[in-house]
Design a protein around this ligand. Structure first.
Ligand code: PGA
Length: 245
């Protein structure tokens, strides 16, 4: 079973998210039979204002962000109490847009991680290097990725790691199959059985070859997942792939 996750970022409204999720539910129902369930685990991360109750049969709704608190005075943020109202138990932490644009430090990512992992959340923890670090070579990349594990307990149950090179995000050009294989092979030596996703310009045209690589347990998708037709195409193009256990 592969993991296929869609990060809506700052796209979609509550109304369009609901429509998306209903269509997705129909697509999955159409593609499974009584004897054969849908081959992939699916997660959808809508924006906070469009969080939906986590009540769908065939996929999980998760949150793109939350503050490590039950409640309190953190203007503009949501905490555990707000997530609980929707039955949300899945969270993205460490996405490069939050690290780079919103200036979240490694220490803060680790604090969020500790808070929510202790509560039993399923965390999709993102790491990834910039173009500048990439140019310094593979060892510099690995050293940087290692620094993004600081304070992260890799023995936490329900942890998923997403490797998303920043230079491939939203660019339309994913990392090459060789690059993905090289980094995933090295990361897998560290992560063992923790599922490892790739993210960065995954789309209908390349999802199959990326998911077929050794060491790729799934994908985290932004832009190509926002239109339901494109997301269903991604699912359709990879429907017969299963993780090599
Ligand atoms: P992208 O985004 O698919 O648009 O490159 C991926 C991500 O940021 O998770």
């Amino acid at each position: 079973m592969k993991i296929i996750a869609s990060n809506f970022k700052t796209n979609h409204t509550r109304k369009s998210t609901l429509q998306f999720c209903e269509n997705l539910e129909k697509f999955i129902a159409k593609n499974q039979t009584q004897n054969q369930s849908f081959p992939h685990q699916i997660m959808i991360f809508p924006p906070q204002s469009a969080l939906l109750e986590n009540r769908f049969k065939s996929f999980q709704v998760g949150a793109q962000n939350a503050y490590p608190t039950k409640n309190g005075s953190y203007t503009g943020e949501i905490g555990l109490e707000q997530l609980e109202e929707f039955g949300i138990q899945t969270l993205l932490i460490g996405h490069s847009e939050r690290r780079e644009i919103l200036k979240e430090s490694q220490e803060f990512c680790a604090e969020k991680f500790r808070f929510f992992s202790q509560l039993g959340f399923r965390i999709c923890y993102c790491i990834g290097e910039s173009q500048e670090i990439k140019q310094q070579g593979i060892e510099a990349v690995l050293e940087f990725l290692e620094s993004e594990f600081e304070g992260i307990n890799l023995n936490s149950p329900d942890l998923i790691v997403a490797y998303e090179p920043i230079w491939a995000i939203g660019s339309g050009v994913s990392a090459s199959l060789e690059e993905i294989t090289q980094i995933h092979t090295r990361l897998k030596q560290k992560l063992g059985k923790i599922p490892l996703l790739y993210g960065g310009s995954v789309k209908p045209q390349n999802v199959r070859e990326i998911l077929s690589l050794n060491g790729v347990d799934g994908v985290l998708i932004g832009s190509a997942s926002w239109e339901i037709s494109s997301f269903c195409q991604i699912l359709d193009n990879s429907i017969d792939l299963r993780s090599k256990e």
